[in-house]
Ligand binder design. Sequence first.
Ligand code: CDP
Length: 226
Amino acid sequence: MVIAIDGPAGAGKSTVARTLAQQLGFTYLDSGAMYRCVALISRARPEVAAAELAKAARIELGGGTDAPATRPGPGSVVMLDGRDVTEAIRTPDISQAASQVAADPGVRTAIVARQRELIARGDWVVEGRDIGTVVAPHADLKIFLTADPQERARRRAAELGVDPGSVLEDMERRDERDAAREHSPMVAAQDALLIDTTGLEVQDVIGRIAQLARRLRADLGDAPAS
Ligand code: CDP
């Protein structure tokens, strides 16, 4: 079973997706970490086409369900070509660079192929921008999380330990680029459930999605409804 959680930065995707995976016993996939890795190598090797780097990169994601959901940021260990880049990929500079390389169709083709391969077997909670539309259009459950920009900036700033004003502009620039790009723009799938998390407790959001997932699993008949 695949649950897709898409939406802009700071809407609560990571906390929701990781906790949900823990509660349901699914594996968590942070698709954005892969674009962040490509941005990091691309910075180091600007002379090579980003799509080539994306194809060659050895990206290992730590699964993530073992990481405490309360830890700031997505939390799980990310290895790139044998190096621990968990912290290095989370800087504001790499956030912008990730959204730039993510607009490259060659990069997307390489990364999406890997993501599809990963989720082909087993039960997954996958978070990103294009999971419900491109990576897993047949996902069993699709959620699109939003929240107003001020609140998203507040949440992201709290994670990074910085001032909300300093992240708002960066976040809006990235959202705009992600939503306007020609290939796989950030958009809710037609059959996605939209949840505006402004003012909601994260536990309530998780509870609501978990309930839907359990009901669905019971309907599919492959697990008990509890
Ligand atoms: O955690 P946050 O929402 O700040 O970003 P992320 O999920 O780590 O993604 C970083 C960037 O990668 C985004 O701004 C997108 O440009 C890109 N991305 C994408 O294009 N498609 C995805 N499925 C996930 C991320």
